[in-house]
Structures are given as structure tokens and as C-alpha cells.
Design a protein around this ligand. Structure first.
Ligand SMILES: [Mg+2]
Length: 231
């Protein structure tokens, strides 16, 4: 019996729009945190865009509604309140969902010998709070997060270094593939030397993802990842 040694070894998944949809829980938690601390129910959607990391979202929104930069202690308090409310908003979200195919695909990839990680703009704790409701945290033994860098390419490189720590061996970018739902995911993956599968399950359709640079595009994770992306 031959042991399968896949060319690709690690698969890095984006969180929001790729594995789960939080149904607005992220924005709701920021609004509640700003409202409690400053009496302003700030709408992050007005001041930030989807590719930004959590620390950038918090800082930009703070500056927009309070017209100054947050002091470090204020910012740390804001992040604490935001994570506090995120537990509640994820739990109560009516439109939270684990996206099609995810619950079947993750155990299958593990069984086939792939290493699974996360690469996301969420603060590390925020990613885990969002994934907890779908019982998905257990599949991921490493990751790069918005709390590691505001540059998503650097977040991706950090995810690879974390994989090396967990598995005890260096992991080159050519042995990885990123799976994400936006052109930002493809840009960050490419900047780190990694190929990207675009999943047209949420904000972007297949054509937009193809134009945005994804190396392969699929409609959802229901039929698994393209063989060529795993070979
Ligand atoms: Mg996403």
C-alpha cells in the first residue's frame, strides 16, 4: 500500500463568507460596544470596507465617530467590550449559518491528510467566537489573524509559520492553498506566494472572483475543492 503524499499539504480557510456567515453579528457587536462606552451606536459599514482587519475596523470607526485617535487603553477596552458583545450577537443571530458543504468537507480533508488552518482579518478570539456556534474550531490547529498584522499578506505568511510550529516542519507556500470568498483573499494569498480557490458563496459571484485573480473558482464548498487545487 502506498502512502499518499499530496503536493499540497495545508489548506488555509478564510472565515466570514467562506466557512460561516454570522448574519451581521460582527457589525452588531461593534455597535453595542461603541454604544456602551461612548453612547454612539456606530455603524462600521459606513467607515470601513470588507477587506479590513478587526483592529483597523475598530480604529477607523473610532476616529470617524469620535474625531480623534483612541489611546491604547481605550482601544483595548473597546476590543474587550466588542468581544464581550460578540458572544451575544453570534448566539442571537437569526441568519447565522455554516455554509453549504463545510460540515462534510472539513472532516473529509482531515481524513485525506491535509492540515487545516485559518487566515482571516478577525481578531483571533473573534474568529473563534464566530466559529464556535458552528462547532468548527476543532478542525483548525493553526492560523493567521487580524490581530497579527493589518497586512493580509503578512497574516497569511504568519499562518504558515504557525503551521510550522504546530507540525514541526517548515511549510513552503507551494504546499498550501488558500480558500476565500473575496478578491482580497486572492491578493493576500498571491502576495504570500500561495494559490487561491475563490468560493462564490457570499458577496462575490464567480466572474468577479475570476477577474479578482482567484486561480480556481467554485460556486460553493458542496462539491469539495477542485482536484487541481489539491494536487
Ligand atoms: Mg471572507
Amino acid at each position: 500500500m502506498s502512502t499518499k503524499v499530496p503536493h499540497r499539504l495545508a489548506i488555509l480557510f478564510d472565515v466570514d463568507g467562506t466557512l460561516i456567515i454570522s448574519g451581521g453579528a460582527g457589525a452588531d457587536s461593534w455597535r453595542l460596544a461603541f454604544d456602551e462606552l461612548y453612547g454612539i451606536p456606530a455603524d462600521i459599514g459606513k467607515f470601513t470596507d470588507t477587506g479590513m482587519t478587526d483592529p483597523d475596523v475598530g480604529r477607523k470607526t473610532f476616529e470617524a465617530v469620535l474625531h480623534r485617535e483612541p489611546a491604547p487603553a481605550e482601544f483595548s477596552k473597546l476590543l474587550e467590550r466588542r468581544l464581550h458583545y460578540l458572544h451575544q450577537t453570534v448566539r442571537e443571530s437569526k441568519h447565522y449559518q455554516v455554509l453549504d458543504g463545510v460540515a462534510e468537507l472539513l472532516p473529509k480533508l482531515l481524513a485525506e491528510g491535509y492540515l487545516l488552518g485559518l487566515v482571516t482579518g478577525n481578531l483571533e478570539a473573534a474568529a473563534h467566537i464566530k466559529m464556535h456556534r458552528g462547532k468548527l474550531n476543532r478542525f483548525f490547529s493553526f492560523g493567521g489573524y487580524g490581530s497579527d498584522s493589518s497586512d493580509r499578506a503578512e497574516v497569511t505568511r504568519i499562518a504558515l509559520r504557525r503551521a510550522a510550529l504546530v507540525f514541526g516542519a517548515e511549510l513552503g507556500p507551494e504546499r498550501c492553498v488558500v480558500v476565500g470568498d473575496t478578491p482580497h483573499d486572492a491578493d493576500a494569498a498571491h502576495a504570500a506566494g500561495i494559490a487561491c480557490v475563490g468560493v462564490a458563496s457570499h458577496n462575490f459571484n464567480a466572474e468577479q472572483l475570476r477577474e479578482g485573480g482567484a486561480d480556481w473558482v467554485i460556486e460553493s464548498l458542496k462539491d469539495g475543492l477542485p482536484q487541481a487545487a489539491l494536487a
